[in-house]
Design a protein around this ligand. Structure first.
Ligand code: URA
Length: 449
């Protein structure tokens, strides 16, 4: 008798084994992940398994198996009909981190193909898909055939995990968002790399965040995660590069879905806040270097700056929005993006300098306002958010506005206000050590200067 064929793996046994710290076999991981993806294992058992995995962690072999099972839960695209280098970028998640929306059109305008599969808001961080959907009509749920059609037409396309591509991540991601099981390097690695390896890319630039608004608060943990993902990608024959970047305060000035689209357009118009522009330039430079379009990252940065200054990158963004059924009028006139009913300022109760901004609290305030989800079924309110008037090291006078809150519900706004008031630390002296935007680079040696 073939015992292997007759032994059924029960979810409850796999949960218990992980709860006790055991190492799971590929078959056990497959049973949970594919069982959940097919709808055979319910949310509650998968959530219990995720929490056990989160608390007990994974070995290297388990992480490799999880990534592979999630990758093979759907189709792996073959984009060999595209002669240009296929390079993508993915961030581990931040607050006000809208760089993907800038980078896809910049990279495509510079000759790369960018088949970008992104996620929704996760925990306190915002998601590329939620931001894109604040553009009226924008469709992030393209079929594989339409995804290829948009890529052929304009060189970049931005979609979510689908029933065809990375379906396991589509379901697990939504469950992790609302069960406090995000901040595990092993789960993050499998989630990101399963999506990215399904895209049929030649190379990937990772933006691994560190600081109070990141999932990896300490740099040593961010480096660990970056190395895990770089090794996973290189094992699969991909060119990999990871930038460890600062998330100790929100990126740019706008946090919230429609607000962030507005800031993206400003950057593509050659305006926008300096930190966001600089990070976009670093990441685009790395993408051009990795794809062999430029010889160095520095040349890549220059190319990125030229593509923005010439208006080519904005033109590419408008093209992609049109091809994905979005209202391009909302790109040209941000008043056509969803607008909130109310707004108020959060006022500084002291004079001095902004010493720190607890960045996770700003992200949580945006979720509380309705910009993210507290349950899987929730829809997001694209119009709410926070406009930051002060960032770290800025001078502030007592009574001056630190930020403005855009909202639609009084209850939610009251909670957000408490979080935001506590998030700003004001000191008498200007802080001396504001961290650099890029802390370090891991992987391919594209010198930064
Ligand atoms: N981004 C992802 O796609 N997955 C994670 O788990 C975290 C960030």
């Amino acid at each position: 008798m073939n015992t292997a064929a007759t032994t059924r793996i029960r979810a409850v046994d796999v949960i218990r084994k992980k709860r006790e710290g055991g190492e799971l076999s590929r078959e056990e991981i497959e049973a949970i992940v594919l069982g959940y993806t097919r709808g055979e294992i319910p949310d509650y058992q998968t959530a219990a398994w995720l929490m056990a995995a989160f608390l007990r962690s994974f070995t290297t072999a388990e992480t490799a198996a999880l990534t592979d099972v999630m990758l093979r839960s759907g189709e792996v695209l073959d984009l060999s009909e595209f002669p240009a280098p296929k390079i993508d970028k993915h961030s581990t998640g931040g607050v006000g981190d809208k760089t993907s929306l800038v980078l896809a059109p910049v990279a495509a305008a510079g000759g790369l193909v960018v088949p970008m599969i992104s996620g929704r808001g996760l925990g306190h961080t915002g998601g590329t898909l939620d931001k894109l959907e604040s553009i009226p009509g924008f469709n992030v749920n393209l079929s594989v055939a339409d995804f290829r059609r948009v890529l052929q037409a304009c060189g970049c396309a931005m979609i979510g995990q689908t029933a065809e591509i990375a379906p396991a991540d589509r379901k697990l991601y939504a469950l992790r968002d609302v069960t406090s099981t995000v901040e595990s390097p092993y789960l993050i690695c499998a989630s990101i790399m399963s999506k990215k390896l399904a895209e049929g890319i030649d190379g990937l630039v990772l933006d691994v965040k560190t600081g109070s608004g990141a999932f990896m608060k300490k740099e040593v943990h961010a480096v660990f995660l970056a190395e895990l993902m770089v090794e996973t990608g290189e094992r699969m024959g991909k060119k990999m590069m990871a930038l460890i970047t600062d998330m100790d305060q929100p990126l740019g000035r706008y946090v919230g879905n429609a607000l962030e689209v507005q800031e993206v357009v400003e950057v593509l118009q050659g305006r926008g806040p300096e930190d966001l522009r600089q990070l976009c330039s670093e990441l685009a430079g790395s993408m051009f270097f990795l794809g062999g379009i430029t010889r160095t990252v520095a040349e890549g940065r220059k190319l990125s700056d030229q593509l923005i200054a010439s208006g080519k990158a904005l033109g590419k963004f408008r093209e992609m929005v049109t091809l994905q059924d979005g209202d391009v009028g909302a790109i040209d006139d941000p008043r056509r993006l969803p607008q909130p009913q109310h707004r108020f300022d959060v006022i500084s109760s002291a004079s001095g300098y902004v010493e720190a901004i607890q960045c996770e609290s700003v992200g949580t305030a945006c979720v509380v306002l309705g910009g993210g989800r507290e349950r899987k079924e929730d829809s997001v309110d694209p119009s709410v958010g926070i406009v930051l008037h002060k960032k770290v090291a800025d001078a502030v006078a007592k009574g001056e506005a630190l930020c403005t809150v855009l909202y639609n519900s009084e209850d939610r706004a009251t909670h957000a206000k408490q979080l935001l008031k506590a998030a700003f630390r004001i000191s008498e002296a200007r802080p001396m050590n504001v961290p650099p935007l890029v802390h370090q680079v891991i992987g391919q040696s594209g010198e930064l200067n």
